[in-house]
Design a protein around this ligand. Structure first.
Ligand code: PMP
Length: 418
């Protein structure tokens, strides 16, 4: 038994634990009035009791603004917020907590880099290398910066299986790229990109590399130092934490040199009408009152995931993925989009002659929650010449029963539409 931030003792399931062992930690999954096979984990994960309780405990017993008060509550809230930063830094293998900047999520983390490092360092003729499989949040901020600086965007192609063309990538980077921005795991294809290799190639040619870790931090062990990236962006809500909180990790020397992102309280050292000076990192990038409860909830999520161990989570999800893909391949007319050799637990698929939205609607009637649409990856849909896919994305708390529900739901879809 270990003592959690919630103050409540939390069961550490004995290894090797199964999905069924941990599912009961998630109240929404065990609710009997609204049973659901929740298969939209790439959009957001469910929250364990420990995270819900930690957030509530902050509001019930510690609520005060941080960094400003000399009184006990404020000091406690500040300590909890800053220890959340340290915990998150350790979880991703960051060399120092000050290199972790709290943001609203992955999207804001990427925008922060684009609007600070990007506007400061990119100029007419600079090249930003993206990939065909990027989420809109790792495309649009760069387009906005490109429009303001005259930088150009080039795109690494993918193969029909959903793997990056590494030779083409190297050619694009070698052509004088300033920055590479690439997703660690594709939210549509499930492809786990060889990001350590991408980072080495980027650095060999003098480019920096930003990794979009939205889909990786919750599904595999992530160690920034081993990946060798310069920026790493992720969201708390996809890793069992609350919505509205996420983080940017960046190399300390880059953060020191970057201008502030937003102006306001806490990010300054001095203010006068003649001009202002900036606080030290990380505070320089955290203007205004942050999501204190969110950071504390995310810290509890990190505790929770760490107790389960990320390597075990990855192994459990790999088994689930293999059995889900095997079962889906028995369904007539079903085509999986994304068959990379290194794949995380995301399965995009099409059913011959049936629109993905119809698939999603009928599955919902069968109490199966999947995502349908372009998944914020329109350029990837264009590459496959499709408007949308249905997507089942698994987490460690999904059980074989959830996969059975998906498969029988899809048979129902076929009955209705064929
Ligand atoms: N990148 C990827 C690969 C994603 O899957 C997502 C969320 N779907 C994001 C970025 C954006 O994350 P958020 O909306 O939490 O900022």
């Amino acid at each position: 038994m270990t003592q959690a931030i919630t103050g409540k003792s939390i069961r550490k399931p004995s290894p090797p634990w199964t999905s069924a062992d941990v599912r009961t930690d998630f109240p929404i999954l065990t609710s009997t009035d609204r049973p659901v096979a929740y298969l939209d984990n790439a959009a957001t994960s469910q929250k364990p009791d420990a995270v819900i309780a930690a957030t509530a405990r902050y509001y019930k017993s510690m609520n005060a603004n941080i960094h400003r008060g000399v009184y006990r509550l404020s000091v406690e809230a500040t300590e909890a917020y800053e220890s959340a930063r340290a915990k998150i830094a350790a979880f991703i293998g960051a060399p120092h907590p000050r290199e972790v900047i709290f943001t609203r999520g992955c999207t804001e983390a990427i925008n922060l880099v684009a609007m600070t490092w990007g506007l400061q360092n990119l100029k007419a003729g600079s090249t930003i290398v993206l990939t065909q499989m990027e989420h809109h949040s790792n495309i649009v901020p760069w387009q906005m910066v490109a429009a303001r600086t005259g930088a150009r965007i080039v795109v690494t192609p993918v193969s029909p299986q959903g793997e990056l063309d590494l030779a083409a990538y190297e050619r694009l980077v070698a052509d004088g790229a300033a920055l590479v921005a690439v997703t660690h795991i594709s939210n549509v294809l499930g492809t786990i990109n060889p990001v350590a290799e991408l980072a080495q190639i980027a650095h060999r040619h003098g480019a920096l590399i930003l990794l979009d870790g939205a889909q990786s931090v919750a599904h595999m062990p992530v160690n920034i130092a081993e990946l060798g990236c310069d920026f790493f962006a992720f969201s708390g809500h996809k890793m069992c934490g609350p919505t509205g909180i996420g983080a940017l990790w960046a190399r300390g020397d880059l953060l020191d040199a970057m201008p502030p992102y937003q102006g306001g309280g806490d990010m300054i050292s001095t203010v006068s009408f003649e001009g202002s000076t900036w606080n030290i990192v990380p505070h320089k990038f955290e203007a205004g009152t942050p999501d204190i409860a969110g950071a504390i909830g995310l810290s509890a999520a990190v505790d929770y995931l760490s107790r389960l161990e990320m390597a075990r989570i990855a192994a459990v999800e790999a088994d689930l993925l293999a059995s889900a893909e095997k079962a889906l391949r028995t369904i007539p007319g079903l085509r999986i989009i994304g068959e990379a050799r290194q794949k995380a637990s995301v399965i995009s698929f099409l059913l011959d002659g049936i629109h993905p939205h119809d698939i999603g609607t009928i599955l919902d009637q069968e109490h199966v929650a999947v995502r349908t649409g372009h998944h914020c990856c329109q350029p990837l849909m264009d590459y496959y010449h499709i408007p949308a896919t249905a997507r089942a994305s698994l987490a460690f708390y999904n059980t074989p029963a959830d996969i059975d529900a998906l498969v029988s739901g899809l048979h129902r879809v076929i009955e209705v539409f064929r």
